[in-house]
Design a protein around this ligand. Structure first.
Ligand SMILES: Nc1ncnc2c1ncn2[C@@H]1O[C@H](COP(=O)(O)OP(=O)(O)OP(=O)(O)O)[C@@H](O)[C@H]1O
Ligand SMILES: [Mg+2]
Length: 355
């Protein structure tokens, strides 16, 4: 086990593609860090640099107390789990689990012990003599995990390991990975663009954008207090409602003091909007209903506020009924507003003497 320290890490691919820009990140021993961000933001590049599969253009990567910049992947003592499990098809599950250890000359008795232990933890004992093609996707994924576990590496690196699985299996495996990582206490870096995976797995969430870190924090911290418009828009499903402050002012909406005039965008989470009149602590926007999706325990209500050329989404508890064209009122609690600067996209902090 080990901490991982990235200092000033930069990656420039041939053709002058700057994929990672002077990035700093500390990952504590035993921590599970999730990297999340849109396609092309550099998640896999960063992971592959930690693994040693990609050279580092600038900066340093430390695993434990060793600078690994120049170490071969095999000498970094880490294990990587990919979305295509990369199992050897002609070998049994047991063979797949043993392979890496045999290559390292691990004594036979110890191999057997480690393989049996991993099989027990992952509940794949009944399949040990089968070939990978005789397994379901989730079982194969567990074998891939098993191959990482038996090595007892300093760290696990996961690159979207569950994205080939169906929704139900994905949520099952998500819980298993979390449990396993806690049990083993192995430092892990996990790449995904699945919101739910990011929110539920991470001890620490890293939101990336264009080769840079936008925000680092506990998942709920990032959800409830996004520091930039980018993070606000990216995290959450359905996403945060974003409205230009100028548009609200043109409607004559009464804005709280913390929202400076003409200066950007406000955001409001779908679950924070109240339907119907809700009193003076709210911005009240009359409008029209477009559609309702009944999700079971809650309803997603889509509509438009009069004069706002923008769809608003409300997440309302329980079952909400209505017809397209019905009149509704969106009540936005002033206390739940997020406010972002037009020029920088950063969160605006309310100050007593804001100009
Ligand atoms: N071998 C390469 N040569 C040149 N450019 C590359 C190479 N690999 C990746 N890139 C570029 O680097 C950037 C980051 O790519 P990367 O694969 O790290 O993104 P990602 O965040 O993992 O995306 P995704 O979510 O789609 O997997 C992209 O602009 C990509 O086109
Ligand atoms: Mg990727």
């Amino acid at each position: 086990m080990a901490r991982i320290e990235l200092t000033g890490v930069t990656k420039v691919y041939p053709g002058n593609v700057e994929a990672i820009k002077n990035l700093n990140l500390s990952i504590a021993d035993g921590e599970l860090v999730v990297l999340v961000g849109p396609s092309g933001c550099g998640k896999s590049t960063l992971l592959r640099m930690i693994a040693g599969l990609e050279t580092i253009t600038d900066g340093t990567i430390e695993i434990g107390d060793t600078v690994v910049n120049k170490l071969e992947p095999a000498d970094r003592d880490i294990a990587m789990v990919f979305q295509n499990y990369a199992l050897y098809p002609h070998m049994s599950v047991r063979g797949n689990l043993e392979y890496g250890l045999k290559n390292r000359g691990t004594p036979k008795a110890e191999i057997a012990e480690r393989v049996n232990e991993a099989a027990r933890i992952l509940e794949i004992e009944p399949f040990l003599e089968r070939k990978p093609r005789q397994l379901s996707g989730g079982q194969r994924q567990r074998v891939a995990m098993g191959r990482a576990i038996v090595r007892k590496p300093k760290a696990f690196l996961f690159d979207e390991p569950l994205s080939n699985l169906d929704a139900k299996l994905r949520s099952h495996m998500r819980v298993e990975i979390r449990r396993l990582q806690r049990t083993l206490g192995t430092t892990s870096v996990y790449v995904t663009h699945d919101q739910l995976e990011a929110m539920t797995l991470a001890d620490k969430l890293v939101v990336m954008n264009g080769g840079l870190i936008e925000q680092v924090g506990k998942p709920l911290e990032i959800y409830s207090d996004p520091q930039s418009l980018f993070v606000a828009a990216f995290m959450g499903s359905p996403g945060m409602n974003l409205i230009e402050i100028e548009q609200l002012q043109a409607l004559g909406a009464s804005l709280p003091d913390m929202v400076p005039a003409n200066t950007g965008t406000i955001g409001i989470r779908p679950e924070d909007i109240v339907l119907g009149d809700a009193g003076p602590e709210h911005i009240s926007l009359p409008g029209t209903l477009d559609a309702i999706e009944l999700v079971g325990s809650e309803s997603l209500v889509y509509g438009r506020a009069d004069g706002l050329n923008k769809e608003l989404i409300v997440r309302a508890p329980g079952i909400h009924l209505g017809e397209p064209g019905n009149r509704i009122t969106f009540s936005i609690p002033k206390a739940a507003l997020h406010c972002f600067d037009r020029d920088t996209g950063r969160k605006r902090v309310a100050t007593a003497n804001a100009a």
